[in-house]
Design a protein around this ligand. Sequence first.
Ligand code: SAH
Length: 211
Amino acid sequence: MPNPTTARQLMVASQLRDRGISDPRVLNAMLRVPRHEFVPEPYRAQAYEDHPLPIGDGQTISQPYIVALMLESLHLTPGDKVLEVGTGSGYVTALLAEIAAQVFSIERHASLAESARKALAALGYTNVCVFTGDGALGLPACAPFDAILVSAAALRMPPALVVQLRDGGRLIIPVGSQDSQQLHFIRMVNGQAVSSLREPVRFVPLVPSQE
Ligand code: SAH
């Protein structure tokens, strides 16, 4: 890998800006967060490449472009309180922590949650809290949220997440089977969930708690 800062600048220019990502908060966060610190040693040299990478426990750190697309869709502002489902490596948690005020994140694998906590603490993020548990249930004790980002594909929209959005809140989530998934976007408007379909994607499954 060349100098990580140079690699990151190249990633942002060629994989994000050139493909239409324009929210300066998203672009700046992706310039700042050292993605290689969230990638296991054997794959570090590929940390700024245009694809997902293994992070252990059969899971992956998502492709940078898809992360940027999901972040941009949420129209985050600096005062936002955000819920992330599927902490994984903690990379998206760090990006959210750069942009928003407070980030709550849930991961079902205790080992991934622990290494994400360590990576986030080592980088000095103090506005994040990583929980182990079933993210499909959200975090009712900390709701309502301004935004919810789900990094694993649900077979159906989890109703518990929708009710944890405040009015004006936004949710982005991949929905579908392993063969066919699409990003779904929801905005709460006067107590009504208004949804729209976005890009086709491919994520690891959101595993329900009973499995
Ligand atoms: N944003 C992460 C993506 C990790 S992949 C990153 O960039 O590293 C998705 C993660 O969702 C996996 O770590 C997986 O273990 C987790 N996951 C799957 N089902 C879950 C559930 N029901 N609750 C919480 N986490 C879940």
